[in-house]
Design a protein around this ligand. Structure first.
Ligand SMILES: Nc1ncnc2c1ncn2[C@@H]1O[C@H](COP(=O)(O)OP(=O)(O)O)[C@@H](O)[C@H]1O
Ligand SMILES: [Mg+2]
Length: 284
């Protein structure tokens, strides 16, 4: 039996040099990520929540090794990610995939869906099972896109559909971990719910893990197994979803939860419609 987490980040620190203005123009060090430790277990969804600027994306970039750490460690399947070189680093880039907030800027506008979703396999120098066309069609079906649209370009899709292309691209290499960095934040609420359902279904089918980053607690509640709350570069609380939402321990978590409107406007509208319909029935 293995109790080792898939991903184990310990004491991560990332400092950026901020160049001061003014006469002296001194530069200072700013800690965007300050002693962050977190685990992502196999098959679970760890949600990383916090306000804008709290250091979530920087943490994600350290984990994906898109940037170097100032200090600290990231272990993936027992190996130190920031020590990987050559083939092992190349393999890591296939095991961890990132889905970003804005699909239009993260998908090459000049490439067709087929070229976009097969790119990770090409980069990994892996054969495309069944050929590019059939492979793309299958992936498109799995993420709820019309497979006949594989020769289209990102701009020909809606925001939600374009995000599904980004998800298909992540799936292409059968990753063990998908980092979704505000992946549904830019979508309309109804589309958001559909994409969250898709993400959950894909996880059920494949068994991979998510590091799911969001500032919207209503979204997090729908998908998280566990939640880590981040504030000013630090993780202030980590716990199971129901514990964090139901019995938050940290004052900052309580503050965040209190700021979430109890009833979202669209639920409010739906409730009013239901009530009106019920009154009508009673009157009739
Ligand atoms: N490359 C960078 N250089 C300097 N500061 C940065 C850089 N990237 C992020 N920051 C700063 O680090 C802080 C955390 O940013 P980020 O990780 O993007 O937060 P979040 O994703 O939670 O909104 C912010 O204050 C941001 O301005
Ligand atoms: Mg961010």
């Amino acid at each position: 039996m293995s109790t080792e987490p898939l991903l184990r980040a310990r004491n991560l620190v990332k400092e950026f040099t901020v160049h001061g203005g003014g006469l002296l123009g001194r530069s200072a060090k700013f800690r965007a990520v300050d002693d962050v430790s977190l685990d992502v277990r196999s098959g679970e969804t760890l949600a990383l929540v916090g306000e804008s600027g709290s250091g979530k994306s920087t943490t994600a970039r350290l984990i994906a090794r898109l940037i170097d750490t100032t200090s600290g460690s990231v272990e993936f399947a027992g190996r130190e990610v920031h020590a990987l070189t050559g083939k092992a680093l190349h393999a890591y880039r296939g095991e961890v995939q990132v889905v970003f907030q804005d699909p239009y800027s993260s998908l090459n506008p000049k490439h067709t869906v087929e070229r976009i979703v097969t790119a990770p396999l090409v980069y990994q120098k892996r054969p495309v099972p069944g050929g590019a066309r059939a492979f793309t069609r299958e992936l498109m079906e799995r993420v709820g896109l019309d497979p006949d649209h594989s020769a289209r370009f990102p701009a020909q899709f809606s925001g939600g559909q374009a995000q599904r292309i980004g998800i298909a691209r992540a799936l292409a290499v059968s990753p063990k971990l998908i980092i979704a960095d505000e992946a549904v934040s830019a979508l309309d609420v109804s589309v958001q719910a559909q994409v969250i359902n898709l993400l959950r279904r894909l996880q059920d089918e494949e068994g991979f893990s998510y590091l799911f980053i969001a500032h919207d607690l209503a979204v997090v509640r729908q998908i998280a197994t566990r939640v880590a709350v981040m504030n000013e570069g630090r993780i202030v609380e980590t716990g199971d979803r129901d514990q964090v939402f139901g019995a938050p321990r940290d004052p900052y978590t309580r503050k965040l939860l209190a700021a979430v409107p109890r009833i979202r406007p669209e639920w409010d509208a739906a409730r009013r419609r239901n009530e009106a319909a019920r009154r009508k029935r009673q009157e009739a």
